[in-house]
Write a protein that binds this ligand. Structure first.
Ligand SMILES: C[S@@+](CC[C@H](N)C(=O)[O-])C[C@H]1O[C@@H](n2cnc3c(N)ncnc32)[C@H](O)[C@@H]1O
Length: 273
């Protein structure tokens, strides 16, 4: 089975350079929405290169970032050494019971199994502590365009490298997080089973990231699965893919060539009973 951990380790440098410029805007808006309390001990799950801890440090008593991808954490440590980074799996958190006042996650859950991660969060949060996170909501039109073009220009399984086929098979299986949590109502109904109350869930588009056409393409194609798909294409197919992508995005750009990326995001807050 392909390793998500290895994939994030491999992407770490590129993640900081090409994904964080966009993700930093989601993270900043998320941190403002969280309204952290100054005396809180915060754990950020699936912290990656630490964009959320970097924004929280100095605003709270203590912030710890946890991620299973060690290379992502090495990048994070090189940026801000005031944050404590710990390598660990969200399904089996390396922390004692009741260690934190708040747990945050910014797009850190979608590769995990909620039935195993939520009990772990409930365990490490003190009673009355807060869980605040954001995950992707419904697909943005840019993602629809990309999906369509990869279907049209991607190599068939019988011509694709084994690693790419393994990833396609892995991702084709229902995603465990989104299988359980698709709507706001799913969160309100299911989180109480894991020891949470006062649940607020809202799917909306809180952030509009303006980008140049090439900037948006660079961000979108930095994700490892897309990079693998592109690398597997014949040069001429890759050229046609890029031409078509530019044409489709250009149709949506304003007069100055700016495209607005404003995806739906699911924001959830809950209190540990
Ligand atoms: C999309 S990135 C988000 C990173 C960061 N929160 C941000 O906003 O840039 C998801 C992160 O979750 C981590 N991750 C995925 N599954 C994990 C697990 N089971 N345990 C710990 N970390 C995990 C990945 O290694 C990756 O760094």
């Amino acid at each position: 089975m392909p390793s998500l951990q290895a994939l994030f380790d491999e992407v770490a440098e590129r993640y900081e350079a090409r994904i964080i410029p966009v993700f930093a805007q989601f993270a900043a808006n998320f941190v403002a929405w969280v309204k952290p309390q100054v005396d809180s001990r915060v754990l950020d799950l699936g912290t990656g290169t630490g964009i959320v801890p970097r924004l929280l440090v100095g605003q709270v008593q203590q912030v710890t970032g946890v991620d299973f991808a060690g290379v992502m954490l090495e990048v994070a440590r090189g940026i801000d050494n005031r944050v404590g980074y710990v390598q660990g799996d969200a399904h089996q958190l390396p922390f004692a019971d009741n260690s934190f006042d708040m747990v945050t996650a910014s797009f850190g859950f979608n590769g995990t199994n909620p039935r195993r991660v939520l009990p772990e969060i409930a365990r490490v949060l003190r009673s009355g502590g807060r869980l605040c996170f954001q995950e992707w909501g419904g697909l943005h039109w840019v993602d629809d365009v990309l999906r369509e073009l990869f279907e049209a220009y991607g190599v068939d399984d019988d011509e694709a490298p084994a690693e790419l086929v393994a990833w396609r098979d892995y991702l084709a299986v229902e995603n465990m997080w989104y299988r359980d949590f698709q709507t706001e109502a799913d969160y309100r109904e299911d989180l109480p089973r894991y020891g949470f109350q006062k649940i607020k869930a809202r799917e909306y588009a809180p952030v509009a990231v303006p980008n140049t056409l090439e900037g948006l393409i660079d961000y979108k194609l930095a994700w490892p699965m897309r990079e693998m798909e592109l690398a597997a294409m014949e040069e001429s197919a890759r050229g046609d893919f890029m031409d078509e992508l530019r044409r489709r995005l250009y149709e949506q750009a304003d007069g100055s060539g700016t495209v607005i990326y404003n995806p739906l995001i699911m924001r959830v807050q809950a209190i540990r009973r």
